[in-house]
Design a protein around this ligand. Structure first.
Ligand SMILES: Cc1cc2nc3c(=O)[nH]c(=O)nc-3n(C[C@H](O)[C@H](O)[C@H](O)COP(=O)(O)O)c2cc1C
Length: 228
């Protein structure tokens, strides 16, 4: 079932299975940005103070991704590394910064280069003005059911849930665009991952077949609150 996407500034058109639908894109909510930025800065501080073995979980970076196929249990769920992306005007700048950090630190012991790598990451996460409000991104590692589903059905959902005491929780309905190694956002996602690929909180991977841009078309704030 071939899928064709036409991506505009504020909408996205999906042609699939002889049907065509247009969706308005939605902006990621401000409290989500704040949570993402704070969680990353806290992680950077933990890494700086205690090293990579001290990072035991990263809920802000690890939503559950739901995708669909045909069949009785047609929903497929998978934990995925998904993160913020730079706005178009800034993407080249951060690719260069991250790729340079990867290149300069490749041959030195990992612990020795931690500061250099954290400095690059901090430059991106320190300022919300850099974040693209319309989409999130991730890398494909295992080429399993999720990939198979998103190749034929780009409609998907991400569920993020954070730590106590606030438990920020968001469902984002999204349209997944598959991006190859030439795409600037693939380069950004790859370099961001490679900067920390040998740290204890990552399972080292030799390759990533492709990347995803998740264009946000629906938002549900699922953060719990005390009912009156
Ligand atoms: C903490 C965590 C992070 C993961 N991150 C990714 C990721 O970024 N990319 C990926 O392809 N798989 C990732 N996985 C693996 C997927 O959850 C899943 O095993 C994989 O997609 C195969 O399942 P599928 O056949 O349903 O796609 C991660 C798993 C865990 C537990």
């Amino acid at each position: 079932m071939p899928v064709h996407l036409i991506i505009n500034c504020e909408s996205i058109n999906v042609s699939r299975d002889h049907e065509e639908h247009t969706f308005n894109k939605e902006k990621l909510p401000q409290p989500f940005f704040e949570w993402q930025s704070t969680a990353r800065m806290e992680m950077i501080n933990t890494l700086q103070k205690s090293g990579s073995a001290a990072v035991k979980s990263q809920p802000a970076h690890l939503p559950v991704l739901a995708s669909w196929n045909d069949g009785f249990f047609s929903i497929n769920l998978a934990s995925r590394g998904v993160g913020l992306l730079p706005k178009k005007d800034f993407v080249e700048r951060f690719i260069l910064l991250f790729e340079q950090a990867v290149e300069e630190t490749q041959n030195d012991p990992w612990e020795v280069t931690l500061d250099r790598r954290l400095q690059a990451l901090r430059e991106f996460y320190c300022d919300e003005a850099f974040f693209d409000p319309w989409m999130l991104g991730g890398l494909e590692i295992f080429d399993g059911q999720t990939l198979q589903n998103l190749q034929s059905n780009p409609f998907c959902a991400l569920l993020f849930t954070g730590d106590a005491p606030r438990y920020p929780s968001y469902q984002f309905n999204a349209i997944a665009e598959l991006i190859d190694h030439e795409n600037v956002y693939y380069r950004f996602l790859l370099a961001a991952r490679q900067m920390f690929s040998r740290d204890a909180f990552h399972i080292y991977q030799p390759r990533y077949s492709l990347g995803y841009l998740f264009h946000i078309v629906g938002i549900k704030d699922k953060t719990p609150y005390p009912r009156k």
